[in-house]
Design a protein. Structure first.
Length: 77
């Protein structure tokens, strides 16, 4: 998925496309399959003013509108 599709989906769902959301969208698009924690770390490295809660809310919003799908990982021993 590329960030253009993510931005289009945000607009279609009525969400504003802010600078912070663009950064999160870019990171998600460039890091397919990354964990939420990894996405947070990359976003915070790009812009330290973006909080962890903002990233998680964006991920949840993208899940809710069907743009991304969360995969729960279970660690087997």
């Amino acid at each position: 998925m590329d960030n253009v599709k993510i931005v289009e989906a945000l607009k279609e769902s009525g969400m504003r496309v802010t600078k912070q959301r663009m950064i999160v969208a870019d990171v998600i698009a460039d890091n397919d399959g990354a964990s939420c924690k990894d996405i947070c770390c990359i976003v915070r490295h790009k812009d330290s003013s973006i909080g962890v809660a903002t990233v998680y809310r964006m991920i949840k919003a993208l899940e809710d509108i069907g743009v991304i799908e969360r995969i729960d990982m279970i660690k087997l021993r």
